[in-house]
Design a protein around this ligand. Structure first.
Ligand code: ADE
Length: 257
């Protein structure tokens, strides 16, 4: 049973040769695609392409709850979420990797929780990401000499449109990177007591930097980033210990009303 799950973002497909593909049904419908099981450097992992096999789910239509539920059901305890992001700051350059440490939620209309009653829960989201996995992937990127930021606040917008210039100018006051998919994925992982790390790959400067975001340009840089992400997974995944000393699951103890 794989204990590590990878949710791949745009352009991140085929990070390993799958041994098996499992169709999972969940109380929240089907995940974005059948879950692929394979190995990275001898470590068993499960993989879901967030946007579907043929990129059929836009960010606001991704079946986030089904994806997280499916991974949990297969025995996954730790999730690596790969995302493509825009930059809100000069020093976060296209091609850089960010090991996100905070998020701000500007989404509007998603399924944010597994607890819609009668069971009620309020989870701490003070530190949303697994400190053990954050350290592993930051160190791995450093060792590989991949340009990496140890921290970054990710503002998650609803999409699928990009931001206006006014929105972008506002977001850059309080965040470093911008994307459309981190929320509610990270929140749902926490609700099931799973660890979550976000590896964000910068594809563009958002529109605060005069030139409008161009989807074609984003795709080109994304393909280049893909190679870095593969290397990072190969280096980082074998370093993730089976035993969790991070305390990510402890939030379950205090969440229920
Ligand atoms: N994903 C990649 N680049 C983005 C941007 N500039 N805004 C929102 N999501 C993105």
């Amino acid at each position: 049973m794989p204990k590590i799950g990878i949710i791949g973002g745009s352009g991140v497909y085929g990070v390993f040769e799958p041994k098996e593909s499992i169709k999972v049904h969940t109380p929240y419908g089907r995940p974005s695609a059948p879950v692929e099981i394979g190995e990275i450097e001898g470590v068993e992992v499960a993989f879901i392409p967030r946007h579907g096999k043929t990129h059929e789910f836009p960010p606001h239509e991704v079946p986030y709850r089904a994806n997280i539920w499916a991974l949990k059901e297969l025995g996954v305890e730790r999730i690596i979420g790969i995302t493509a992001v825009g930059s809100l700051r000069e020093e976060y350059r296209p091609g850089d990797i960010v090991i996100t440490d905070q998020f701000i939620d500007f989404t509007k209309k998603r399924d944010y929780t597994f607890y819609n009653g009668p069971r009620v829960a309020h989870f701490s989201m003070a530190d949303p990401f697994c400190p053990e996995m954050r350290e592993i992937f930051y160190n791995a990127a450093k060792e590989l000499e991949i340009p990496v930021h140890e921290r970054g606040t990710y503002v998650c917008i609803e999409g699928p449109r990009f931001s206006t210039r006014a929105e972008s100018m506002m977001f850059r006051q309080f965040a470093h990177i911008i994307g459309m998919t981190l929320v509610p994925e990270v929140v749902l992982a926490r609700e099931l007591g799973m660890c979550y790390v976000n590896i964000a790959a910068v594809t563009d400067y958002d529109v605060w930097a005069e030139k409008p975001v161009d989807a074609q340009e984003v795709i080109k840089v994304m393909q280049e980033n893909n190679e870095k992400v593969r290397k990072l997974l190969k280096a980082g995944v074998p370093k993730i210990s089976e035993e969790r000393k991070c305390g990510c699951a402890d939030v379950l103890k205090t969440a229920f009303v």
